[in-house]
Write a protein that binds this ligand. Structure first.
Ligand code: TRP
Ligand code: SF4
Length: 404
């Protein structure tokens, strides 16, 4: 019987693509650091996913993983609050992936937009691979393996989360029926108490007979708040509502972490080679250099030309970093040509340097102790495996793969 409270469990992953930059920080890590205090969090460096597009550059991956590990820790993701691990150190991800592959229609995979996009972007390399096609399924396995109900991701990942939900639903539909599912569900209804049971039954009927989706939602909400039934019964009652079976694999929800647009270049993915990208471990001088080089309102050619902050990425950065007062100063000064662009960038340079300083102090500590970093991630992998094995025990049982 699963005793995982999926709604309190978070999983997210990041592909190791080299040192992290401000976009990673504002679009993910800052949220993770907050989430780790109120949820049971699993954060995974997805090195197998990196292989899907970089199978011919494997020499770099271990360094990228190490860089990512250090940057996560530097950003404040804490091994005492969250479970941090590397995907390939938890081989259970592969087992669930292969089992899910048996029930995942090819057409679902071909429909995921990122597949064709990635293939188109990386022409010159053969990406008509099984690995790339299966990318979203591996991601679904990452999530479903922990029965995580909450997945913090950027908007680009929403189709992948929806895909994972569909896979979970199909799996539950196929295997979620215990032999005596209906009897158990009916028994669970009685445990709700008379009033709630009546309400449950009428909502269930409204959905099943009239397709009333609102009734379905209301019934789910009703169950969510029940304290007096076991999680197993809760899973049965949720499954019984829409005619499926017991919920074996929880359907995850995306939790949108919006990376401020200003960090998104090249259609959402900040490029790692761009000379403007500010990395978390850039020195104070590099930060200054890069902000000084940042393009401004292209129509503001001379110092005496008034500018329009709405056409300037420096302004967008001010909105993220600066006080209301400084923002006013920028707006007024820019539109009246009262300030120059370099002057305008001054407070930003300081703000970014200030923000990165504590991260860099921590990063230096971890960089000097690679063994410590490795140990943190090895321990994380052990914790993750304990959870993963529990799910797989149930999954194997549901699939009839129990030979004991
Ligand atoms: N596909 C995600 C990305 O490119 C990375 C990822 C892999 C992931 N597995 C995951 C994200 C599981 C969230 C949950 O950003
Ligand atoms: Fe951009 Fe500031 Fe220059 Fe205006 S003054 S164009 S906001 S950098």
């Amino acid at each position: 019987m699963s005793l995982v409270d999926s709604e309190r469990r978070v999983l997210s992953g990041m592909r190791p693509s080299g040192p992290l930059h401000l976009g990673h920080y504002h679009g993910a890590l800052k949220d993770w650091v907050k989430l780790q205090h109120s949820y049971e969090c699993f954060f995974c460096i997805v090195d197998w996913h990196a292989l899907t597009a970089e199978y011919d550059e494997v020499g770099r991956i271990s360094q990228h993983v190490m860089d990512m590990a250090v940057d996560w820790l530097a950003a404040g993701v804490s091994p005492s609050s969250a479970t941090l691990f590397i995907q390939s150190q938890v081989p259970e991800h592969a087992e669930l992936h292969v089992l899910l592959s048996m029930i995942c229609p090819l057409s679902w995979l071909e429909r995921v937009p990122s597949y064709k996009e990635q293939q188109a972007q990386l022409h010159g390399k053969d990406l008509a691979t099984y690995g790339l096609l299966g990318y979203p399924l591996l991601q679904a396995a990452d999530i479903l393996l922990y029965r995580a109900g909450v997945v913090p991701v950027g908007a680009d990942q929403l189709p992948h989360i929806e895909f994972a939900r569909e896979v979970a639903r199909r799996f539950n539909h196929l295997y979620g029926r215990e032999p005596d599912f209906e009897a158990k569900a009916e028994a669970a209804i009685l445990k709700l108490g008379k009033k709630t049971a009546t309400l449950y039954n009428s909502l269930r009927t409204a959905f099943q007979q009239q397709g009333d989706v609102e009734a379905l939602e209301t019934a789910r909400a009703l169950l969510k708040d029940r304290q007096n039934i076991t999680l197993g019964d809760k899973e049965r009652l949720i499954g019984y509502l829409d005619g499926g079976g017991k919920v074996l694999l929880a359907e995850p929800q995306a939790l949108l972490c919006e990376s401020p647009k200003l960090f998104a270049q090249d259609g959402g993915k900040p490029s790692r080679s761009s000379s403007n990208t500010i990395f978390l471990r850039d020195s104070a001088d590099e930060v200054e250099e890069k902000i000084r080089r940042m393009p401004t309102d292209p129509t503001r050619i001379h110092r005496s030309d008034p500018g329009d902050p709405l056409h300037c990425s420096v302004w967008r950065m001010h909105q993220l970093y600066s006080s209301a007062e400084t923002c006013d100063w920028v707006l007024q000064g820019c539109k009246s040509a009262g300030i120059g662009c370099l002057e305008c960038k001054g407070p930003l340079i300081e703000a970014v340097q200030l923000e990165l300083k504590p991260l860099q102090v921590r990063a230096a500590d971890y960089q000097d102790s690679p063994d410590l970093v490795r140990r943190i991630f090895a321990e994380g992998a052990e914790r993750a495996r304990t959870e993963a094995r529990e799910t797989l025990t149930e999954v194997r049982l549901a699939l009839g793969l129990n030979y004991r």
